[in-house]
Design a protein around this ligand. Sequence first.
Ligand SMILES: [Ca+2]
Ligand SMILES: [Ca+2]
Length: 363
Amino acid sequence: MNSTTGTYSWQTNTDDVGIYVWYFNSSDNYGGTAPETITVTVKSIPSYNVSGYVFDNAGAGLGSVLVQNGSKQSNTSASGYYSITNLSNGTYNFSYSKAGFNTEYLEITISGADNTSANKTLYDTTPPASINTISATSTPLYINWTWSDPSNPDFDHVEIYIDSVFKTNVTRGWQFYNASYFAPNLTYTISTRTVDNYSNVNTTWVNNTAATSSELTYVFSFINDTGTVSNFSSARNASDGAVSVFAEVNASGSYQLNVTTNTTDIPDASIHTLELRYNVSGDNFTVQLWNGSSWNNRTTLNDTSLSYRNITLYPEELISYGTLAGNAGSINKSYSLVRYMDLNASAQQQGILYLDYQRIYNY
Ligand SMILES: [Ca+2]
Ligand SMILES: [Ca+2]
């Protein structure tokens, strides 16, 4: 009460909501009085709610988004829904933020009603980090690359390219690509890019170049037109310390040998060498190779103690008959026919060829 002006004022707060009855008695200096009763009702200021959904790049509800205007804040549920209560009329600037997504804003005006459609879309435009520590182990026909995935929660997969050709996507957690079939003794380059759940692609390539090793293909089978063959499997093993014995037999009055061997599954490579370890007794033997239309003499085996013999094959001496196909591509496979002959048959002495191994070296 202002005693000079007679003005009475009362600043209410939210605790004062209610109905008040005020009694006034006024008097003048001449004995006159007058009562007055005034009823005062203190009402709460009207407040409203703002609610809506937050969506992601794909239009799906996005949970755990912080929706905030000053001290008023809420996190979205798994479905993307949020609600902020107790806002009075006015204009508000809401922020919407979540790690990995671009922060967005929405201006909301409240004018005497709830706003139930304050929807917002957050976009993830950030690609994941690259893979780490890629390395390779190789065999003649395979290279196995391994790496560590990036730690980003939304990392989804790695794109795999071999020599700049897309091959596949490797899902999060696998962390390897075993490439088959490659040709022996060549280099191959893997290139990788990481991608997140929203198809954001890391434009930085992580590459690794590795080499396949050389391949040794052992003789597979044989046909003895003339002669005997024993312990043939010993010719298919360079480390067993045992030999296969190709022995002449007496035919039409002279000792003769004519044994043809077949080596299959020889993979593509730039150069092929026929490798022998052998010795002879009693005679020399000619090695012939089939070139697709005729037999041709390539060398004479005449060492009487265990010796090595290498013959570089001509391309036509590798006869293509199919392919080996894997997840990295396909390579041609070939076979080669090698014949052991006695070209100067003797009537007196039985010659013998001892073969430690026969193989074709691809490099
Ligand atoms: Ca991302
Ligand atoms: Ca052997």
